[in-house]
Design a protein around this ligand. Sequence first.
Ligand SMILES: Cc1ncc(COP(=O)(O)O)c(C=O)c1O
Length: 378
Amino acid sequence: MDLIYLDHAATTPFDKEVMNEALPYFLENYGNADSPHALGRKAMGAVDEARDTVAALLSARKNEVYFTSGGTEADNWAVLGGAWAKRREGRTKVLLSAVEHHAVLSCGERLAKEGFTVEYIPVNAGGRVELSALENAIDDDTALVGLMSVNNETGVLQPVREASEIAHAHGALFFTDAVQSAPHIPIRVDELGADMLSFSAHKFYGPKGVGVLYIKNGVKVDKLVAGGEQERGMRGGTVNVPLVVALAKAYEKCRRDMQATNEKLRALSTLFLREISVLDGVHRNGENALPCLLNLRFEGVTNTSFLYNMDLQGVCLAAGSACASASVKPSHVLTAMGLTDEQAKECVRISLGKDNTEAEILRAAQLTVETVNRLRNM
Ligand SMILES: Cc1ncc(COP(=O)(O)O)c(C=O)c1O
């Protein structure tokens, strides 16, 4: 059975062309980028070039780009490292949106155990953070504000620029997790106003296990990974040269094709929604969301049954974020938007990708209609 993959917000397939460009750094050019010999210099040259590429695409400076082991590490580093550094100024409050990824929320839990006051900023029914609540919660004791650029479960775009202005007016650091926006929205750090920004290669057809943390020059952030002097003394560990090369190539390609990809995804998403419109009791969660990420509630159908049945028919999709998909807990994102636990358990995430075809979308929509009807009649 040919599988239909509709879970691109969880991960994307590794682009073969990108993989081939990275392959020499696994094989013949295997040097350690810190070694003082020809192979080391070759490796360092490749890392340098990758850093140049990423910096130029972000409108950042080269020394503001740090390579990490993925989005989770970059998020941990930004939230923990930023809060720890600001504590030395006597600031002990951290404000995070209620709908952040667990890579950020779990840092909030840790900081609370370390004595920080951690508050969660609510979102409205459309999934967008309430800026007035941020205004009310922030004060001159605030170390850091964290607001993701795009939510991974609903695709909702967040008011990052406005939140950064509020944070800066109170002398707090502003961090945005751009893991889900990087594949679809051209990031310009100078326009966003972020002190720190994270993203991850496997969301834009790069490999898993490599990401970026942008740290604006002059912003003090403590180290998270201690060790050698890699990444200008800020992150220990031998640099993963092939993955870094692949990240830069994948991101370059993603940015080059972004407009065309987004247009294709919008058309596929419209087609899917049109085809399933024969069903009653379907609700889309989230306002002002990326077209390619559909969070849908099918009234009267539990998401675990739906997923299981779709999987049996060869369609791969998700109940929420991949990290939480093994848990039966209702999504914290959807309950923060006001859904009841029961309603949240009726929601699924369908995320489209650049290689999906019209035929796949038509088939997936047909199977969705049949499966929802069958489960409702049981
Ligand atoms: C919004 C968001 N942040 C962070 C992560 C974690 O990234 P990684 O899988 O590279 O650790 C993800 C991945 O699902 C994500 O969607």
